[in-house]
Design a protein around this ligand. Structure first.
Ligand code: BES
Ligand code: ZN
Length: 622
């Protein structure tokens, strides 16, 4: 395993010359597995830097662009291969001269098509002139009605896992890193922002320049264009939102600087200078996306009381786990997400206290148990190390990577002690900074540097069972929460004979206690008791999206039709897949003809991003 000094030296070497440090041989072995979701052959020719020149055409809903790539070719290189999907490739240049020696290969499901360009070992630059098409699944073009301001259109991208290739021809594997700069032209009055250095005010020319000096993988390429303003919330933290949302956003994320400082105190210096959050319109398909320097978030975490900002801690934590040390393949996705959930809860514990973090952990454990049950018939999908070859990586990514990954790391932490574990993780981040790793490298590192080659300790921790086995190993740590115990008492009382909503003591309950409460309610609670709860606590009208989504599930299970209109309005406004899937699933279970679910979906679908429609089309056989 690499020691710390070599790690830092190779990090400096990578930053200095962008060149690989390993031998060709080592590189080939690593790459074999790394390229299961990419056509690229980086061992033959690899991109080091991208200069993207793009014009955003809202009228025709497309990008017209040129991607200039600085490349590095092996001594015997004959071609460089890019991933493309539904792109219209117009012209190709090699070292400044137009060439006709390029080919687009056959379409492969999920992966798109390889673009092969003939080069020589001496080639330094290739340039691809292209346009996006209606099939650009990364892009969501919003009309003014779908924004907060209702006046200007909006565009945002979502590249993870393998959608970057639908808006930029690229070597679309998390194992390939490059720096980038960009010039983006947008309609006057609008602002463009990227996963890079960003403007803080509108430029009347409509032309924006971006620089990302740290090498990143393509899944972290991101762009958003809209009527945006910026507000600083700390020394190197800030928020972007539409003007009517900026105040609420700045308030909700007012603790970001504290989170950042807490994160640095745990795992070392923030490597990306500035940390900002962009508040998107509600159709954004995820809760958050860790685009470097500029996390994209859903507005559904604006609860008005900062109670849903663990999500910001999560995306911030990715600045270490994921963006700095990256899973080399999507099979190793848990290295990104499990580490990030662990880090997220450490930040939350530091900023808001242990009792707060314990509630997050218990809700996570409930999510995990539910996911394990849902995956009963495909036990391989409950391994930490996945095998996604031949599948759309999006299909294999589940709560397992997040929560089983979390509980694995937490179990290791409790076994070796927090101090030792923190030191180990600190080294993990500094030794592997701006590099990619696979599960096996991490496990070797863990065995050697944390467990000091103690075979017995390795076996006792059941590490191979955690990583390569199904379900949850018996040594998983147990968690409890006194704040949830209090909720349990109230649930019991309410469910017992004569229990009423008026008698429930909810004094001082946080969002997380409410979520726990709602999750404990049975699916056959009955309309009367649902009504009693709603009359007392106005749950159907709650402005907290997490509480609403949980309440709507109980409402559907219990045929509580007083919530019907609110459910429909929610599904039409919100495009966040994590909420949509369970609610639509509950609707189909309540009505196996799927009639109601389909009727709502037909109305709501135009507001959803492809990430959500791909999943829902399948669920509702549309
Ligand atoms: N990187 C993920 C989002 C993602 C995962 C996009 C896989 C595409 C493929 C992001 O960091 C994330 O995990 N978001 C979560 C929130 C988090 C608090 C669990 C989400 O969107 O719900
Ligand atoms: Zn994440």
């Amino acid at each position: 395993m690499m020691n710390r000094v070599v790690g830092i030296v190779s990090l400096m070497a990578l930053i200095a010359c962008g060149g690989p440090y390993e031998s060709q041989q080592e590189r080939k072995v690593k790459e074999e597995k790394a390229l299961i979701h990419s056509f690229a052959v980086p061992a033959e020719a690899k991109v080091n830097h991208l200069n993207l020149i793009a014009r955003v055409d809202f009228e025709n809903r497309k990008l017209n662009a040129t991607a200039h790539y600085d490349i590095e070719a092996a001594g015997d290189a004959k071609k460089i291969v890019f991933d493309t999907r539904n792109l219209s490739i117009e012209k190709v240049f090699v070292d400044g001269a137009e060439t006709k020696d390029w080919w687009i290969g056959p379409e492969v499901q999920f992966l798109g098509q390889p673009l092969e360009i003939q080069i020589t070992p001496e080639t330094k630059e290739v340039r691809i002139q292209y346009a996006t098409t209606d099939g650009a699944e990364a892009l969501q073009w919003l009309n003014p009605q779908q924004t907060a301001g209702k006046v200007h259109p909006f565009l945002f991208t979502q590249s993870q896992a393998i959608l970057a290739r639908t808006w930029i021809p690229c070597q679309d594997s998390p194992g390939v890193r490059y720096t980038y700069e960009a010039t983006v032209t947008v309609p006057p009055g609008l602002m463009a922002v990227m996963s890079a250095s960003n403007p803080t005010s509108v430029d009347s020319s409509g032309v924006y320049q971006f620089v990302m000096d740290q090498p990143i993988p393509s899944y972290l390429m991101a762009l958003a264009v809209g009527d945006l303003v910026f507000q600083s919330v700390g020394a190197n933290t800030g928020v972007y939102a539409e003007p009517s949302m900026i105040e609420a956003t700045a308030f909700e994320f007012g603790d970001m600087q504290r989170m950042l400082e807490s994160a640095e105190a745990i795992y070392g210096k923030y490597a990306w200078d500035q940390y900002d959050v962009l508040l998107l319109p509600p159709s954004f398909p995820f809760g958050g996306m860790e685009n470097p320097r500029l996390t994209f978030v859903t507005p559904t975490i604006l609860a008005g009381d900062k109670s849903l900002t663990a999500l910001v801690a999560h995306e911030l934590a990715h600045s270490w786990s994921g963006n700095l040390v990256t899973n080399r393949t999507w099979d190793d996705f848990w290295l990104n997400e499990g580490f990030t959930v662990y880090f997220e809860r450490r930040i939350m514990e530091d900023v808001y206290g242990k009792e707060y973090a314990d509630m997050l952990t218990l809700l996570g454990r409930q999510d995990l148990d539910k996911e394990l049950k849902a995956l009963e018939d495909s036990p391989e999908d409950t391994h930490l190390k996945l095998n996604l070859e031949g599948r759309d990586p999006d299909d294999g990514m589940s709560d397992i990577a997040y929560e089983k990954g979390y509980f694995f790391l937490r179990t290791v932490e409790e076994s070796v002690g927090r101090e030792k574990f923190d030191q180990f993780l600190n080294e993990h981040f500094s030794n592997n900074a701006f590099q990619t790793i696979i599960t096996e490298e991490f496990l070797a590192h863990l065995k050697e540097d944390l467990l000091l080659n103690d075979e017995a300790a390795y076996n006792e921790l059941k590490i191979d069972e955690w990583v390569y086995g199904p379900g949850l190993p018996a040594n998983c740590i147990a968690v409890s929460s006194s704040l949830f115990d209090q909720v349990n008492t109230q649930v019991e009382m309410f469910l017992s004979e004569g229990g009423t909503a008026a008698a429930i003591d909810t004094a001082g309950w946080t969002t997380h206690q409410w979520l726990h409460f709602l999750r404990q309610l049975p699916s056959d609670l009955g309309v009367e008791k649902m009504k009693d709860l709603d009359n007392r606590f106005a749950l159907t009208q709650t402005g907290n999206s997490e509480i609403a989504a949980e309440w709507f599930l109980r409402a559907i299970e219990n045929n509580y039709s007083a919530a019907d209109d609110a459910i429909e309005a929610f599904l039409i406004r919100v495009g966040r897949r994590k909420f949509l899937m369970p609610i639509y699933t509950a609707l189909t279970e309540a009505d196996p003809s799927k009639e109601r679910a389909k009727a709502i979906y037909t109305q709501a679908r135009p507001n959803y991003h492809s990430v959500s429609t791909n999943s829902l089309d399948e669920l509702l056989d549309m």
